[in-house]
Design a protein around this ligand. Structure first.
Ligand code: ADP
Ligand code: MG
Ligand code: MG
Length: 897
């Protein structure tokens, strides 16, 4: 039968791997045992396993003979003998009225849940032992201070008495005596307060006195810690942090050491390095003559650990380095030992008892993204960890915080309101109230913030033009939030204090009135909206970031490309390390304000001749687009998708647009409206789109292919280096579609190369974005040199879920565990993943060297990237700001294999 209890400290030493298994003895217990074994000063104690907690929670209420007061007989026996270990080590006995042992009873689960569960200190005190403690310590004040602390904590944690009652009594006592701090209370005054405390406890328990039996105290505390696993706040914390509910907590019973024994004693918390910046400097706080959580409870202002930190803060109370130089030197030695041992930054709790340092806890310290990066790089440089470990240490998603310009922390802020931190980064600009205005103003070089009640797909061009987005409604996964994150635009959503008057072009935020054109600043990481322009600082792409990226690049197999369609986005993506374009959506060029009328003229034309005339106007424009992009991307693969969206989306809307078009085309408004009516579709996303356009109106794809090849030849002629265009035909479901359109592209390529007297390498391939395409991938590969998995549409069509309409039910679906995650954010590996795997296999079976990549938004999601690595794809493609995330995630996926 396995052990129910594991002793630590003193001469306890266990070869049983369970003694340091966090799932058995909890994180606190495992680390206490480990610290004791490497020779650090740890008060002796023992840990009751999480298994006993689960057993108690399941059977505790069962009055069967084997259980006494809810505890198994074996556990009672084992705890008693482990208590013997503490007593022997310390040389004191629990309940001894002359020289009592006191213990703490501490919770500690496998995954740390700071402050969520309960702890009792100074257990073992009663009316008799308090006198003994006063005697042996020679410090009466300390003894009664400890007793009053114990009564309050035990009453709160075990007896369920409101701790406010005790705090009130203490406040009144201090006021009566004109005292300011607890430390000014004398022994006599504590003694009086203890009498009052016992009275409060008895009153609250219907006359039953505060428990004097120390064994009863111990079991009461153990039971309370077990129960605290199932407390409401612990359950909520677990739900929010994805921690399973069936792990249970361990209980640590440990000899007390005292930070409240006068001015040579203290208690503190510390990090071995700065958890905010990652700087290699000890970081922490301590309080002289205090106990346990006094430091964090805010009773007194804590003091700094180091002289440097105290001076930097301009504080006058001495640092630990100054006030307790010997204990501080010992602490510094322990810091180094802990880092050498755990090879990571540690978060610790310590106590100094009469000049002697004791360690009470250590765990891996939580850190900001910036600190995570610096710690990983520094520790690798110091030889504490290797490069691979450094790569695995940093959460790729955390990089997001570091890639956007941030507000200068020292600049003053005039905060108007706070909404949701929907997309990180800082943006300052003029308020604009609609997407068209945003585009116009941005077009003349101004920074604008698009302010909307909420955004819709029609606002995309305005969102793209804006430097930041603010919405009055909508949550963290609203349209605005999702699109803004994809574009790398800072966004504050759901700022309900924002009231928009579009007719008057005015804005009210709380009591402040603003006009369109007024300057505001957004802090997307905090959700703040500020008046005026707050100074920003640019992200640091060199330094630690650059170093870690370099290491990641060395260890990844997959290439990382970007989804981009403007030269600016391409340049940005190159700076972030993109190695080509995975998806260039040519329709974004068609929606451009200056071209849309030619596009409309083309689609509303009565015949091929009419269409060709309009396409002739578009050709030079489109060629110019590709030229600029290829300049940035020369030498690299560029996947260009030919026109994909339903023609329906380009139709004119109001009368004004029809009239404009009538004026440019010479057709009557009635004629144009009739044509538009003919083109209207009921379900455009499954309608006349993708390669179906290329089959029915081949002249459109001809124009686009021509623009691509002419631009590629021109860039080659001008710079000596060509890009590698990969012409991608969308929405293919049969081999024949691709055969026809490939022939078309090859014919145009041949024509252009003949005219230009030069050639460039290129490939023709397809997107796999419909289930039939995945099924038929073997045949389709006969015509395709590459597959790019369009996992957005593949998810929509495999699940039968329209992404634009999913917001109403996706939230509840994820909350209720029907989907583990939003399938548009993280690939549905179980379902959609099967299609990807199958298509990859079938494609490779037909064409061994077929290039495989992913261009859906999943290409920037670490879990999906891991799947791509396992499936053996050649590259992933992500929006520019996600490129570094993808580089790191790809390296982690390679290393994880
Ligand atoms: P939490 O998990 O909420 O931090 P802990 O069990 O770590 O709870 O204990 C709360 C506080 O009591 C900590 O500051 C800890 O250092 C202190 N403490 C716990 N056990 C002892 C002990 N045996 N002697 C002195 N202080 C202790
Ligand atoms: Mg703790
Ligand atoms: Mg698609």
């Amino acid at each position: 039968m396995s052990q129910t209890v594991y002793p630590f400290g003193g001469n306890a030493k266990s070869d049983d791997p369970r003694a340091k298994d966090k799932t058995i003895v909890g994180g606190k217990g495992a680390n206490l045992a480990e610290m004791a074994e490497i020779g650090l000063p740890v008060p002796p104690g023992f840990t009751i396993t999480t298994e006993e907690c689960l057993d108690y929670l399941e059977h505790g209420a069962d009055p069967s003979t084997e259980l006494r007061a809810g505890f198994a007989e074996k556990l009672r026996h084992d705890v008693t003998s482990a208590l013997g270990h503490i007593e022997a080590t310390v040389g004191k006995r629990l309940g001894d009225k002359d020289d009592p042992l006191l213990v703490s009873v501490r919770s500690g689960a496998a995954i740390s849940m700071p402050g969520m569960m309960d702890t009792v200190l100074n257990l073992g005190l009663n009316d008799e032992t308090v006198e003994g403690l006063a005697q042996v310590s020679g410090d009466e004040r300390f003894a009664w201070d400890s007793y009053r602390r114990f009564i309050q904590m035990y009453s709160d944690v075990v007896l369920g008495i409101d701790h406010g009652l005790f705090e009130e009594a203490l406040e009144i006592a201090k006021e009566d005596k004109d005292l300011y701090a607890d430390t000014e209370m004398s022994a006599e005054e504590w003694k009086e307060l203890v009498a009052e405390y016992k009275q409060i406890a008895a009153d609250e328990r219907g006359g039953e006195p505060f428990p004097q039996d120390v064994t009863e105290q111990l079991w009461g505390a153990i039971r309370a810690v077990f129960d605290s696993w199932d407390s409401e706040r612990a359950k909520i914390y677990r739900r929010l942090n994805d921690i399973p509910h069936d792990m249970g907590t361990a209980v640590n019973v440990q000899a007390m050491v005292f930070g409240n024994m006068g001015d040579t004693s203290a208690t503190g918390v510390a990090f071995t390095r700065d958890p905010a910046t990652g700087e290699k400097s000890y970081y922490g706080e301590f309080l002289i003559n205090a106990q346990g959580e006094d430091v964090v409870a805010g009773i007194r202002t804590p003091q700094y650990l180091t002289k440097a930190a105290r001076e930097a803060a301009g504080a006058d109370k001495p640092s630990m380095e100054e006030a307790m130089p010997e204990a501080y030197a010992e602490l510094a030695r322990v810091f180094d030992l802990l880092e050498q041992h755990y090879r990571d930054m540690q978060d610790i709790e310590f106590t100094v008892e009469r000049g002697h340092l004791w360690m009470l806890q250590t765990r891996t310290g939580k850190r900001t993204a910036k600190a995570a990066l610096k710690l990983a790089v520094d520790m690798a440089d110091e030889g504490l960890i290797d490069e691979k470990t450094a790569i695995l240490r940093v959460d790729p998603m955390a990089l997001d915080q570091l890639l956007h310009p941030t507000l200068d922390p020292d600049a003053p802020r005039d905060v108007l309101t706070t909404g949701l931190p929907a997309s990180p980064g800082a943006a300052a600009g003029k308020i604009v109230l609609d997407a068209d205005t945003a585009e116009q103003w941005a077009g003349r070089g101004e920074s604008v913030i698009l302010v909307r009640v909420e955004t819709s797909p029609e606002d995309i061009h305005g969102m793209h033009a804006a430097t930041g987005i603010l919405t009055a409604r909508g949550g963290m996964t609203s349209h605005a939030a999702v699109v803004a994150r994809g574009m790398g635009r800072p966004c504050v959503s759901g700022a309900s204090a924002v009231v928009i008057d579009r007719a008057k072009r005015l804005l009210k935020i709380g009591s402040r009135d603003l006009k369109e054109g007024d300057l505001i600043t957004l802090d997307g990481a905090k959700g703040q909206v500020m008046a005026g322009e707050v100074a920003t600082i640019e992200p640091e792409l060199a330094g630690d970031f650059g170093t870690l990226m370099e290491w990641a690049d060395k260890h990844r197999r997959m290439r990382v490309r970007t989804n981009a369609e403007t030269p600016n986005d391409c340049r940005m993506a190159r700076q972030f390390g993109a190695e080509g374009i995975g998806l260039c959506r040519t329709e974004h060029m068609f929606f451009d304000a200056g071209r849309i009328s030619a596009v409309r003229e083309m689609i509303l034309a009565d015949d091929e001749n009419g269409r060709r005339a309009a396409l002739d106007k578009l050709l030079p424009e489109q060629r110019k687009d590709f030229h600029e992009i290829f300049e940035v991307m020369k030498g690299l693969s560029c996947t260009i998708r030919l026109l994909d969206p339903p023609l329906h989306e380009f139709l004119p809307h109001g009368d004004a647009e029809f009239e404009d078009l009538a004026a440019t085309t010479g057709h009557s408004v009635e004629h144009l409206k009739r044509r538009a009516g003919e083109l209207h579709e009921f379900n455009p996303m499954l309608g006349h789109r993708g390669c179906r356009l290329g089959i029915t109106y081949p002249e459109i794809y001809e124009m686009q292919a021509r623009a691509i090849f002419e631009a590629a030849c021109d860039v080659k002629a001008a710079s000596g280096e060509a890009p590698l265009p990969e012409v991608m035909i969308p929405l293919v479901v049969t081999r024949r579609e691709l055969e026809i359109l490939r022939a078309l592209v090859e014919r145009v390529a041949g024509d252009v190369f003949g005219e230009k007297g030069t050639v460039v390498d290129y490939l023709v391939g397809t997107m796999i974005e419909l289930p039939r395409a995945a099924l038929m991938a073997g045949e389709i590969a006969e015509e395709a040199r590459f597959f790019s998995f369009g996992t957005n549409d593949l998810t929509q069509t495999t699940l039968g879920v329209s992404r634009d309409d999913a917001s109403r039910f996706l939230g509840p679906y994820v909350d209720r565990g029907i989907f583990a995650r939003d399938p548009f954010v993280s690939l549905d590996i179980d379902g959609v993943g099967q299609l990807v795997t199958m298509a990859a296999e079938r494609g490779r079976a037909t064409r061994g060297d077929i290039k495989l990549g992913i261009c859906g938004e999943h290409g920037g999601d670490p879990a999906s990237i891991r799947f791509c690595e396992e499936t053996g794809l050649d590259y992933v493609s992500a929006s520019p700001y996600r490129v570094p995330i993808a580089r790191l995630a790809a390296a982690q996926a390679s290393l994880g294999k």
